[in-house]
Design a protein around this ligand. Structure first.
Ligand code: PMP
Length: 419
């Protein structure tokens, strides 16, 4: 027998409810994209008022420890003083001007210095800009059309790669072929089907598909992908948009000794400022200079100054080690609690980007009960998407998170019993 628990939120939600109601009138679906709280438990706010370090406050003044970090962009903590100072200094001079500022060259030099495979850099705004530009460069360089991607991987919201087919034509997807992450035989098969027409193989540093357990890359798979690209002339594109600088303060595959030809970056590189980067090796430079890509705001100077300060601080403050340490505390604490509560979980992924799934929970009923109770106790995580640590998370934040997750497990047990 399982008892039913009261899931009515006890924190005030009045301002959030009013904004949601107004949004439904003027914003399709009330909200869209990855930040929509429509499918989240009722304990989650949709709208936030402010954020500081590892904490966020919703529009009703409720405070949270934020383990989503804006879905990745916040790597040093909200409003990091050095990043804010660099952004403010640049803003005082100019932002969207008649042309780019010196900060563009400084950001390109810094990325080329930090990321081993990179000989040059281009900038854009969003991750989708970066992955799409990588694909365009690979096609320009090879004169071929096909792109191989891991089935289920997310590389952005453009028609060539988006996850929903509404509004997408078969022609938009005609040049996309699929392989299975960590399965080199499936890459061989996809290459064979592409019949010598593969322009690029795009891959994430590890498997981080929403709704699935995370899976670290098999180093042998990475090495064989590199060898296959060398043999066939396809460009190896590493999609660093989500993982970039959270696993390593250079490229994510540098510890494996595997260098991509192109890499796509965004999220963490500006600590919340809107910027994306396309990094490439020397042989792709000519193709990169021939394609035409641009955007009205791609040359904004403030995000470039913020990126220089962010990338510098990531190394100076040993951010990767900090996230690894607190993320490990969080993952291990949660695993211990699940054991003690007699609740089965799959806690996967690198400590800086953990993912929690309840087995046999296709409708996310357990995940939502858990995350709702955790949000109610002032901690933001996600039932379907991986979470993000930042260098601003403290031991005290982890203790607070573990207090909250312990109530989450109680709620799951009360509602669903052991198992
Ligand atoms: N690639 C990966 C791996 C991502 O996680 C994302 C965003 N979640 C993108 C590409 C697209 O980035 P954006 O939403 O900034 O366009």
């Amino acid at each position: 027998m399982t008892e039913t628990i009261n899931r009515t939120p006890t924190r005030s939600r009045a301002n959030d409810a009013r904004l949601r109601q107004r949004a439904r009138a003027v914003i399709p679906g009330g909200m869209y994209g990855h930040m929509s709280a429509n499918a989240l438990p009722p304990e989650y706010p949709q709208f936030y008022q402010r954020s500081e370090g590892s904490h966020a406050w919703d529009v009703d003044g409720n405070e949270y420890v934020d383990f989503m970090c804006s879905f990745g962009p916040i790597i040093l903590g909200h409003k990091h003083p050095k990043v804010e100072a660099a952004a403010a200094a640049q803003r005082a001079d100019g932002d969207t001007q008649a042309g780019p500022a010196a900060a563009m060259v400084e950001a390109a030099e810094l990325l080329v210095d930090r990321v081993a495979h990179a000989d040059w850099a281009m900038f854009a705004k969003n991750g989708t800009d970066a992955t799409t530009t990588c694909v365009t460069i690979a096609r320009a360089a090879t004169g071929r059309a096909k792109v191989l991607a891991a089935a289920g991987a997310y590389h952005g919201s453009a028609p060539w790669c988006t996850i929903r087919m509404d509004g997408v034509t078969p022609e938009d997807r005609a040049n996309l072929a699929y392989y299975t992450f960590n399965d080199i035989a499936s890459v061989h098969r996809a290459l064979e089907e592409a019949g010598g027409e593969a322009a690029a193989i795009i891959v994430s540093p590890f498997r981080h598909d929403a709704g699935f357990d995370e899976e670290l890359v098999d180093p042998q798979f990475a090495r064989e992908l590199r060898a296959l690209c060398d043999r066939t002339g396809a460009a190896l594109v590493l999609d660093e948009v989500r993982a970039g600088f959270r696993l390593n303060d250079g490229g994510s595959w540098e510890p494996l000794g595997v260098a991509p030809d192109l890499s796509a970056w965004s999220k963490a590189i500006g600590n919340g400022y809107p910027i994306a980067a396309i990094l490439g090796s020397a042989p792709l430079r000519d193709a990169a200079s021939r394609i035409f890509v641009t955007g009205s705001f791609w040359f904004q100077a403030v995000p470039m100054a913020a990126a220089v300060a962010t990338i510098t601080a990531i190394r100076e403050e040993d951010a990767v080690a900090a996230m690894q340490r607190t993320g490990t505390m969080l993952q291990e604490g949660i695993k211990r609690q699940a054991d003690e509560a007699g609740v089965r979980i799959a806690m996967t992924g690198p400590p800086a980007m953990p993912n929690l799934r309840f087995p046999d929970d296709a409708d996310l009923a357990k995940g939502k009960t858990f995350c709702g109770a955790v949000a109610e106790h002032g901690v933001i995580i996600h039932p379907r998407h991986n979470w993000f640590l930042s260098a601003a998370h403290t031991d005290h934040d982890i203790e607070r998170a573990l207090d909250a997750t312990s109530t989450g497990f109680q709620a799951v047990r009360a509602q669903f019993g052991e198992g």
